[in-house]
Write a protein that binds this ligand. Structure first.
Ligand code: NAP
Ligand code: ZN
Ligand code: ZN
Length: 349
């Protein structure tokens, strides 16, 4: 076992503070990674506040992890000490169900093991990336493209893949009209990917405050959802809407913006249920769907795509000591567009 420094919430809704815990000894297929950076995902905040239920404390959040391999188990073939590596939302799964076998590990029907706030196959709690090091099976570790900086690439491991996967699945590309709802961590990556895939890309944000940024990120159009005219003008317009909003909102109103056979894919996970009426689905034969991060192979494919097209997140790097402040700013939609923790700051306590 190896003592590991990190930051944890000791109880629900508590501020994060210093916490020391154990990482397991390397098993044959394990990779030990010194964490350099970890993004702050809104899911970290939902889970510390136990908004989805079943939270396990103490909780060390963090699933947008980049770093450098320091040691490998005897059977490891994919990595060696010194390699740049990434870890995302999932650190293990059953590996035998149909979903796992087809590369859809987040949808594992037996046991998905999440990077934190989860239990591994032995029943031990998992601890995430707000910490100095992590031990992960090589099959759930990603190779980071050499040309991408480890800080700005960290958010690709969750924010990036969570929007890339549905954009690919619902075939965003030339001739398609795509809307991204909410310009936060996921949303700003959605704009970059949708634009890179060649789709006409529209941002639907609460106000026009982020309009210049949206255009710079690759949006063709930008509308404020606080303006009722937006919903009149864009009625029946989109093929695909990716909804990244973290709070409850009227999804029916957004379904009306889809043209015939269009789909709205929900990736934001609000605390409370959202009521859905049948008529907005029936008119226009529309679909409402959800999507969860992306499979292991797909995530590696997304990272390689980002390496090739030089795509990273727009980030603000913060020391660990500022993590609680950063979370407060995320809650106020005051993030441009992802906070990333510099793990070197952990040495300062
Ligand atoms: P974020 O950075 O806070 O972005 C969310 C954005 O939603 C905000 O920037 C804001 O954009 C908009 N928004 C916030 N409150 C709103 C409200 N009341 N009404 C309308 N719009 C609002 O969060 P994130 O890290 O991108 O995560 C977004 C959501 O996705 C979270 O619920 C998170 O848990 C979830 N998530 C899901 C998966 C998955 O696998 N499905 C993976 C990662 C994260 P504007 O200022 O532009 O309006
Ligand atoms: Zn996340
Ligand atoms: Zn499985």
């Amino acid at each position: 076992m190896s003592a590991t420094k990190g930051y944890a919430a000791m109880r629900v809704k508590e501020a994060l503070g210093p916490f020391t815990f154990e990482r397991r000894e390397l098993r044959d297929h394990d990779v030990a990674i010194e964490i350099k950076y970890c993004g702050i995902c809104h899911s970290d905040i939902h889970q510390v506040r136990d908004e989805w239920g079943g939270a396990i404390f103490p909780m060390v959040p963090g699933h947008e992890i980049t770093g450098v391999v320091t040691a490998t188990g005897r059977g490891v073939t994919k990595y060696k000490a010194g390699d740049k590596a990434g870890v995302g939302v999932l650190v293990d799964s059953c590996r035998t169900c149909v979903e796992c076998k087809s590369g859809q590990e987040p949808y594992c029907t037996v046991q998905g093991v999440f990077t934190y706030n989860s239990r591994d196959k032995e029943g031990a709690p998992t601890y995430g990336g707000y910490s100095e090091k992590i031990v992960v099976d090589e099959n759930y570790v990603y190779r980071m493209p050499e040309n991408l900086p480890l800080d700005a690439a960290a958010p690709l491991l969750c924010a990036g893949i969570t929007v890339y996967s549905p954009l690919r699945h619902w075939e965003a590309g030339p001739g398609k009209r795509v809307a991204i709802v909410g310009l936060g961590g996921l949303g700003h990556m959605g704009v970059k990917f949708s634009h890179a895939l060649g789709a006409e890309t529209t941002v639907l944000s609460q106000s026009l405050k982020k309009q210049a940024d949206g255009k710079r990120l690759g949006a063709d159009q930008f509308y404020a959802t606080a303006d009722p005219e937006t919903f009149v003008k864009l009625k029946g317009y989109f093929d695909l809407i990716i909804n990244t909003v973290s709070s409850e909102m009227d999804w029916n109103q957004y379904l009306q913006l889809l043209r015939m056979d269009g789909s709205m894919v929900v990736v934001g996970i609000p605390e409370k249920q959202v009521p859905i009426g049948a008529s907005d689905l029936i008119h226009g034969r529309r679909s409402l769907a959800g999507s969860m991060v992306g499979g292991i192979a797909e995530t590696q494919g997304m990272l390689d795509f980002c390496g090739k097209h030089n795509i990273v997140a727009d980030i603000e790097v913060v020391p660990m000591q500022k993590v609680n402040e950063a979370c407060e700013r995320v809650l106020k939609s005051d993030v441009r567009y992802r906070f990333v923790i510099d793990m070197a700051s952990l040495k300062n306590g």
